[in-house]
Design a protein around this ligand. Structure first.
Ligand SMILES: C[S@@+](CC[C@H](N)C(=O)[O-])C[C@H]1O[C@@H](n2cnc3c(N)ncnc32)[C@H](O)[C@@H]1O
Length: 185
């Protein structure tokens, strides 16, 4: 079955080994980034530099979860600003539910592309709720020279309406993608 990437389902890819530096884009409440920080990764959380209240939510999440070492920066998709220029090379970019507005898709990928220029081995790990079967990243991935692999939720026991005592997944269709630089992984 095809997913939003236009590619067929495959199994979990091997990652590039060294996965210490994580950056979350469109972080909001920042759950994946906070979890990565709790697991020992160097984490930078980001949200739009034009949405200071969202950056404040990231900071509050860090405080409430006792990870004061996590940096919070303003990265607006599609904009090359001071914080994006300053960000060090990353190993993993986390993106939870950022593909919700098709007009933003290319801006998101252009920001990811910029980070791929700093480390061509960086991977974008993204989960998203399928809101329309008509949306596709396929042409944009081709344009920005990226490859995408679909990660079945059942491969990490996440194909459930309840996860970790949360009923949030409910009956929504949720997908996971890993996007890498170049035509092949
Ligand atoms: C649907 S929320 C997801 C929040 C969080 N990642 C989660 O899964 O709960 C989308 C997030 O993207 C951020 N966002 C929206 N437009 C953005 C932009 N142009 N650049 C950067 N972040 C943006 C919002 O502030 C919000 O935090």
């Amino acid at each position: 079955m095809a997913c939003m990437s236009g590619l067929v389902r495959r199994s979990w890819p091997s990652t590039s080994g060294f996965t210490d530096e994580f950056c979350q884009i469109g972080a909001g409440v920042s759950l994946p980034g906070i979890l990565a920080a709790k697991c020992g990764a160097e984490v930078i959380l980001s949200d739009s530099s034009e949405l200071p209240h969202c950056l404040e939510i990231c900071r509050q999440s860090c405080q409430m979860n006792n990870v004061p070492q996590v940096d919070v920066v303003g990265l607006t998709w599609g904009h090359v600003g001071r914080d994006l220029l300053a960000i060090p090379p990353q190993d993993i970019i986390l993106a939870s539910d950022v593909f919700f507005e098709p007009e933003d898709f290319e801006d998101i990928l252009s920001t990811v592309y910029f980070l791929m220029q700093k480390n061509p081995k960086v991977q974008l790990w993204s989960t998203y709720q399928v809101r329309s079967a008509d949306w596709s990243l396929e042409a944009l991935l081709y344009k920005w020279d990226m490859t995408c692999v679909h990660i079945p939720l059942e491969s990490f026991d996440a194909d459930k309406e309840d996860i970790a005592e949360s009923t949030l997944p409910g009956r929504h269709t949720v997908e996971m993608l890993v996007i890498s630089f170049g035509k092949t992984l």
